[in-house]
Design a protein around this ligand. Structure first.
Ligand code: UD1
Ligand code: UDP
Length: 366
């Protein structure tokens, strides 16, 4: 069995790391195709180095652009590589343009597609990610749903049950594999002069939030009010998209400590020690839940409803007053929820399922 792993952005590198480690452990025949959607050192290479991942065999260097330009360039490049390699299965992870291009290029060549983190829905089709998820799921032969809830969503859309496997989310594997190492090896708290528990961690980068000046202003205003009301430091590793939009709109956030995007171990340390997280990131909502840190999501919806169900997360949207109120609500909530995203063995499970299914196919065709 030959596996093609298509990835291109920060969260895909992190969430694929347990799958790649498993391929290495079993000495499987696999290759990594990096689309180059993320390319800055601190959005890309730092994760390969720190997580000790093998180099990508191919890098398409597509870089940034409009959705059509970026996805189009990826489709052309991925098709060429797949024609040359002809893997038995292409794996994609999540909901980015890289995922859409990987799934579409593969299915059109008759190559089987495995979608890791299948079945997530925000039911908001204005999000580019929602379109990518739906299309990738409906192109896929193996749908690795993180939870029973995501499996039910897929079945509700008419996807055959035999294609859906509940594996847990590989983010749990990544957190478990790296948290201890982070505790031992990084000193970001010391470097930033933080004592732990005296700050809130903030991340914001969603297109619908930061490309919309009104929403972005409103979020920043809410954050400023939170800082005053709760008298804490707000630390925000700022995504390059958000930094660029902030400059373009002439926004000058008051009282928010902006820092460069962090490597994974430093981010985990900062996140696990924070008193609270404010975010619009998908992965950060999950990690906060796993780490037992209360989360306030700066969005009107989430494709991670499990975090709302267990009580680790609330939706605040972008209204400053509501943001302040939800922070107060979460600070009073007892941290005693269970992690709904699995046991940290999703990567192993995904590879086991593929070997069972694809080795069987080979035997049958022999
Ligand atoms: C993408 C994903 C989003 C995911 C996020 C993870 C899509 C549609 N969006 O959003 O779902 O949550 O990645 O972080 O696929 N830039 C740099 N350096 C980089 C990469 C980007 O400076 O390495 C800047 C460029 O100005 C670029 C902008 O960030 O135009 C946006 O990058 P892009 O990859 O288009 O989308 P993200 O916002 O990163
Ligand atoms: N992350 C990181 N450094 C940072 C910010 C985030 O390593 O400065 C990690 C974080 O731990 C999580 C992932 O990046 O695993 C989330 O990525 P992002 O928020 O960019 O994308 P999303 O999950 O929303 O698609």
């Amino acid at each position: 069995m030959k596996i093609g792993i298509v990835l291109g952005t920060r969260p895909e590198i992190i969430k694929f790391s347990p799958v790649i480690r498993e391929c290495e452990r079993l000495s499987l025949d696999y290759f990594i195709l990096h689309t180059g959607q993320h390319y800055s050192y601190n959005m890309d290479r730092v994760f390969f180095e720190q997580l000790e991942l093998p180099e990508a065999k191919y890098n398409l260097d597509v870089g940034s652009g409009s959705h059509a330009e970026q996805t189009g360039r990826m489709l052309i490049g991925i098709e060429k590589v797949l024609q040359r390699e002809m893997p038995d299965v292409v794996l994609v992870e999540g909901d980015t343009n890289t995922v859409l291009a990987g799934a579409l290029a593969a299915v059109k060549l008759g190559v089987k597609v495995g979608h890791v983190e299948a079945g997530l829905r925000s039911y908001d089709r204005n999000m580019p990610e929602e379109i990518n998820r739906i299309l990738a799921d409906h192109c896929s032969d193996f749908l690795f749903a993180p939870t029973e809830k995501s499996k039910q969503i897929l079945l509700g859309e008419g996807i055959l049950e035999e294609k859906v496997f509940v594996t847990g989310n590989t983010i749990v594997d990544a957190v478990f594999q790296n948290l201890e190492i982070a505790k031992r090896t990084v000193k970001v708290l010391k470097d930033l002069g933080l004592n732990g528990d005296d700050y809130f961690l903030v991340t914001v980068h969603r297109q619908e939030n930061v490309d919309d000046e009104r929403r972005f202003r409103s979020i920043l205003c809410g954050l400023e009010m939170v800082r005053k009301e709760y008298d804490v430091e707000l630390v925000c590793p700022i995504h390059p998209r958000s930094m660029k939009r902030m400059e373009a709109f002439g926004l000058r956030p008051n009282g928010i400590r902006l820092i460069e995007p962090l490597d994974y171990l430093s981010f985990l340390q900062l996140e696990s020690n924070a008193r609270l997280v404010l975010t619009d990131s998908g992965g950060v909502q999950e990690e906060a839940c796993i780490l037992g840190v209360p989360c306030v999501t700066l969005r009107d919806n989430t494709e991670r409803p499990e975090t709302l169900d267990v009580g680790s997360n609330v939706l605040a949207g972008t209204d400053p007053k509501v943001i302040v109120e939800k922070v107060g609500f979460m600070l009073n909530r007892k941290v005693c929820w269970r992690n709904p995203f699995g046991d940290g063995r999703a990567g192993m499970r995904i590879i086991k399922i593929l070997r069972r299914k694809l080795d069987k196919c080979c035997l049958v065709s022999l």
